[in-house]
Design a protein around this ligand. Structure first.
Ligand code: GLP
Length: 244
């Protein structure tokens, strides 16, 4: 869907999430949301906060799983995704702390494998993700699934691509400060969500959006695997649609 701007797309998606939460709650079940970071979902989170404050939308019965976390950053590091989510969303809504899940950035090296397996198990135990929110990186990644990530990959530690580290450099005041590794849900983990929405704004996303939607499914662009999902949608603005 091509929206006039990111605000319109964020509004539409937030309404959809409101309906999902209300429907699941009526059925006595928690809504399970897959969350993303980066600048792209910020207008959407702002809209969710607005619905909480102005329309009484409660997140008491919502469980969240974030896609990824930088490996080596503690949860209170200013650039950690844990901190980002607290500032952009969780601190402003009524979600119980114990319902919030992100991969750990500080799990010791010899426990990473188990930690990742437990993250997968936790998602399963919650009943699977109802709706996964996604952005797209300049390498075509979803989460931190850099080129070479297989269709069936699961939550794991990954080495960040040079391009991804360059893009994060300004946030970290220099590329040398950007972590080299992250823990990310795999492509296979992401594709297990019942619904997926990838958001992208602006012309600098246009080439990757076109490759993901119209190009071949390839490990070189992990977002292209969304073609293999029965309910995956792209919410984009005019800029991001330029090369379709
Ligand atoms: C990071 C995140 C991705 C995100 C991407 C794009 O790599 N791990 O989930 O999609 O950045 O960031 P932005 O939305 O700021 O363009």
């Amino acid at each position: 869907t091509i929206f006039p701007d990111s605000a319109a797309a964020a509004k539409a998606l937030a309404q959809e999430v409101k309906l999902l939460i209300e429907t699941k709650n009526k059925a006595g079940k928690p809504a399970v949301l897959g969350m993303a970071t980066g600048s792209t979902p910020v207008p959407f989170y702002r809209e969710l906060i607005r619905l909480h404050k102005e329309a009484g939308l409660s997140f008491k019965n919502v469980i969240t799983f974030n896609l990824d976390e930088y490996y080596g950053l503690s949860s209170d590091h200013p650039e950690s995704y844990s901190k980002f989510m607290a500032e952009q969303l969780f601190d402003h809504i009524d979600i119980p702390k114990e319902n919030i899940n992100l991969p750990s950035g500080t799990v010791p090296g010899d426990q990473v494998f188990n930690h990742c397996r437990q993250y997968e198990e936790k998602i399963e135990a919650a009943g699977g993700v109802d709706l996964q929110i996604l952005g797209i990186g300049r390498t075509g990644h979803i989460g931190f699934n850099e080129p070479g990530s297989s269709r069936d990959s699961l939550t794991r530690r990954i080495t960040l691509d040079r391009v991804t580290r360059q893009d994060a450099a300004s946030d970290f005041r220099g590329e040398q400060n950007v972590p080299h590794f992250a823990i990310t849900m795999g492509v296979g983990t992401i594709l297990r969500a019942r619904k997926l929405v990838l958001m992208a704004w602006g012309e600098n996303k246009a080439s990757m959006v076109a490759k993901a939607i119209e190009g071949p499914m390839t490990e070189a662009i992990s977002a292209s695997f969304l073609q293999d999902h029965p309910d995956a949608r792209f919410f984009i603005d005019h800029g991001a649609s330029r090369e379709l």
